[in-house]
Ligand binder design. Structure first.
Ligand code: 6PG
Length: 247
């Protein structure tokens, strides 16, 4: 069930989820740089965040975000070339980075031209070089698969057990491919986590996400419990339909 550090916003549709997410991203950036020099964020890929990226690239939002003080990392990446249509970096670059004045050195992609292991090691080095010794992202934007995976932490996968490294390579049996992902300790270091979930295909997973019994191995989304940060679920009515039915 929802703990007292978790908030659930049910929006009318996926577009409304994107607006809420873009609003919160922008507010988090402005609020952060009012107190600290840099806004550190980690974004997910997949389909759900597309609308948020497109909105942030529009002048109304883009002029508000302090891009020169923003460092963008990825919560995870597919093990594909950076110009692949499956690349989370390519998605964000095409929809957002290429349209806003964020310095190239402030964008941190997984270097998938390396081996999976080396790409994860190099990413951790880059995170430490930029963020220092604490990966306390100001904002992490996650999605959730219909199998309750998040980032590239898939059910029964090895990376779920990683408690030391900040980034890990993760062979995903059902995809027959490697993924690269931030680890649970890093995600739970965040000051604020948004989890964006839309569509009726995610309704069963959302109900499982909020069930009383927690089983991280079977349902990795259960691992997202920031020690000090807050989790804000931004979902649409379709995704919430089974959770609401159970209330
Ligand atoms: C990825 C994402 C992943 C995503 C979920 C949901 O690399 O695919 O980072 O964790 O958030 O798979 O994907 P959709 O948004 O496409 O439903």
């Amino acid at each position: 069930m929802l703990s007292n550090s978790v908030n659930l916003l049910i929006c009318k549709d996926a577009d409304a989820v994107s607006v809420e997410a873009a609003d919160r991203f922008t507010c988090a950036a402005i609020r952060t740089v009012a107190e600290r020099p840099v806004f550190y964020t980690a974004i997910s890929g997949g389909n759900t965040p597309r609308g948020m990226f497109e909105l942030l690239a529009e002048p109304g939002y883009a002029k508000l975000v302090p891009w020169s003080c923003t460092h963008i990392f990825f919560t995870d990446e597919r093990y594909v070339p950076q110009d692949s249509e499956d690349s989370n970096f390519k998605l964000a670059n095409d929809l957002l980075f290429s349209k806003v004045p964020i310095p190239k050195e402030n964008i941190h992609r997984f270097r998938t031209e390396l081996s999976p292991e080396d790409a994860a090691k190099e990413y951790e080095k880059e995170m430490k070089a930029v963020m220092g010794d604490c990966p306390d992202f100001d904002l992490v934007v996650l999605g959730m698969g219909d199998d309750t995976h998040t980032a590239s932490l898939f059910p029964e996968s090895m990376a779920l057990n990683e408690q030391e490294k900040w980034a890990a390579s993760n062979y995903v049996e059902k995809l027959h491919s490697y993924r690269l992902t931030l680890t649970i300790p890093v995600l739970n270091c965040a000051r604020e986590v948004l989890v964006l979930v839309t569509g009726k295909d995610k309704a069963d997973a959302l109900a499982v996400a909020f069930q009383e019994t927690q089983d991280i191995t079977a349902h990795p989304i259960h691992a997202i419990q920031p020690a000090y940060g807050k989790v804000i679920w931004i979902v649409d009515r379709e995704a919430a339909s089974k959770y609401q039915a159970g209330l």
